[in-house]
Design a protein around this ligand. Structure first.
Ligand SMILES: [Zn+2]
Ligand SMILES: [Zn+2]
Ligand SMILES: [Zn+2]
Ligand SMILES: [Zn+2]
Ligand SMILES: [Zn+2]
Length: 272
């Protein structure tokens, strides 16, 4: 509804600015920010809708391995707004069937429809080999819903994970130089093993070492450094369930999870 309202009041002639390369003709496309926000390739005469209401930037000139379009980063407004990469082509033409959650789609309608801002960002992309997909950036199951917590690739220095479906937010060790996902999975909980390159000055490691690899749920050091937060609209919900941030952390018995049978990783954040 907001989008409709804004469409009526945005200027009709909006030439847009040159933003990113089209994967088909390899020429630059223009971003037209007025609602519905979109990219236009003048050579191919194609329109690609982009996520609504946020800022869009080029993502390190990386390209989508499926179609060669340059990737973009979308940032929602506000300090807790998510940022995520998306491919303009895949966003409008999800390359996989069975994606039943699209970003920006109205939740009331039963079937998901593309267009006018709704689409598939990389964090919903199930492609197994693309380094930007949910499969490679996903770390563990969301404690609040059926979504996946994915690494926000541009959240440095306030690194965080966010849920690809709800407003759940997990802050990671602040000030780290680099945090990235690896191809390995935790043998105990199946979360993606992450690699943290701490800042030399603030590293919690012995002898000034900076590199640490582990599971954020099972590695005691990492577990002690992560904190669960919520997006704005989620806080009341969280309090209702009685799991506020102020609650004392339970003693964590390290790797002694052995006798609990195959723990659902998404249950593990409930310890907070
Ligand atoms: Zn083109
Ligand atoms: Zn793509
Ligand atoms: Zn991808
Ligand atoms: Zn969630
Ligand atoms: Zn684990």
């Amino acid at each position: 509804m907001d989008a409709l309202f804004e469409a009526e009041f945005s200027p009709l002639s909006d030439s847009g600015r040159v933003l990113s390369k089209c994967g088909k003709c390899l020429r630059y496309m223009k971003h037209i920010p007025s609602q519905p926000s979109r990219l236009y390739c003048g050579t191919c005469e194609e329109i690609y809708y982009t996520p609504p209401k946020g800022t869009i930037k080029l993502y390190k000139e990386l390209t989508c391995p499926l179609d060669n379009f340059e990737l973009l980063i979308f940032s929602m407004p506000g300090p807790e707004g998510k940022s995520f990469p998306f491919c303009p082509y895949c966003y409008n033409n999800p390359p996989f069937e069975g994606i039943d959650n699209l970003f920006g789609a109205s939740k009331s309608s039963g079937s998901v429809k593309l267009g006018k801002g709704a689409g598939m960002p990389c964090f919903l992309c199930p492609h197994p080999t693309c380094q930007h997909s949910m499969i490679s950036q996903g770390v563990c199951a969301c404690p609040e819903c059926d979504g996946t917590l994915v690494l926000d690739p541009v959240s440095a220095p306030r690194w965080r994970l966010y849920c690809n479906m709800c407003n759940c937010l997990i802050s990671l060790p602040e000030g780290a130089h680099r945090i990235s996902t690896t191809r390995d999975h935790c043998p105990e909980c199946d979360s993606t093993i992450i690699e943290v390159d701490f800042n030399k000055k603030t590293t919690p490691l012995k002898d000034g070492a900076t590199l640490h690899i582990g599971c954020i749920l099972c590695d005691e050091l990492l577990y002690s450094l992560v904190e669960m937060k919520h997006g704005k609209s989620f806080s009341r919900h969280a309090r209702h369930r009685g799991r506020g941030r102020g609650r004392e952390r339970r003693g964590h018995s390290g790797r002694g999870r052995g006798n609990k049978k195959q723990q659902d990783p998404r249950m593990s954040f409930r310890d907070f």
